[in-house]
Write a protein that binds this ligand. Sequence first.
Ligand code: TXA
Ligand code: MG
Length: 306
Amino acid sequence: MSATTTRVLPVDDDAIVEASRLILEGEPVAVPTETVYGLAADATNAEAVARIYAAKGRPGFNPLIVHVPDLAAAERLGAFNETARALAERHWPGPLTLVVPKASPVLPSIVTAGLDSVAIRVPVHPAMQALLRATNRPLAAPSANASGTISPTRAEHVLKSMDGRIPLVLDAGPAGIGLESTIVAATGEELRLLRPGPIDLGLPMTASATIEAPGMLARHYAPSKPLRLDATDARGGEFLIGFGPVEGDATLSSAGNLIEAAARLFDLLHQADASNAAAIAVAPIPTEGLGLAIRDRLRRAAHKEN
Ligand code: TXA
Ligand code: MG
């Protein structure tokens, strides 16, 4: 991909106009959402979507999430059964992605990597909502980081791997939730959990031989250093990320609060990765509620290879 100058603009009306202009010209733009920063492009423009894959170095078999402003727009792209519609009505706008049968000829197959289903999300973040309305297009947006690396919860994280590869980053400060959306497939009779996340529907994690989500790859969200889990102290040369009673070099939440921990997880992984430490260790995280989604990301970040 040719080198580009990447600008960072704080979100305001002018920045949304500029981002919208770039997107309608077929460029990908990094945008804050409530979960993590996304790399958004016009989902109806195959070339624009191809630029997302190129900027991320993303394998072509990994389909993208399509973001829309509301359920009515979602129902123009996918077929919602009663269960899917009930979930959408309850949790949208918010950090839930629903995979439903694809029902729209306007989405080029590159968006869904050729699948006959489509992943759709209605984000709550005002910047993403403003961009959806300004462009009047469904926006395909994966996390705005190089494929397989730590997800971005700040504009600076986006620049770490996207500087010179995309024209614009909209900056609205740290993402509020900090973990990617829960992904649920509503393509058959039963709901299937494809990626645990901020919304806990009490579904068991789907054991599937085929990779339906790259977040399902054994190694994903990975720092460049070895990562050790359930650590109660730092061994030689480790940057210890604490939680609750385990203090560490920095803490996810000294109060043991899982919401705070989720919001800080990727930020601290970025910090630990950028530090002088040779390795990273993370304190035990409870195996309940949001802790399950945090542990899912940590397990994949610690995994040696796919
Ligand atoms: O919170 C989020 O979901 C963020 C923000 C930017 O919205 N986005 C995000 O996108 O995490 P990404 O690309 O990093 O993860 C999207 C996941 C992938 O694991 C992908 O495989 C899965 O969604 N996915 C997309 N379409 C699918 C489909 N039709 N069937 C199954 N999985 C799908
Ligand atoms: Mg991602």
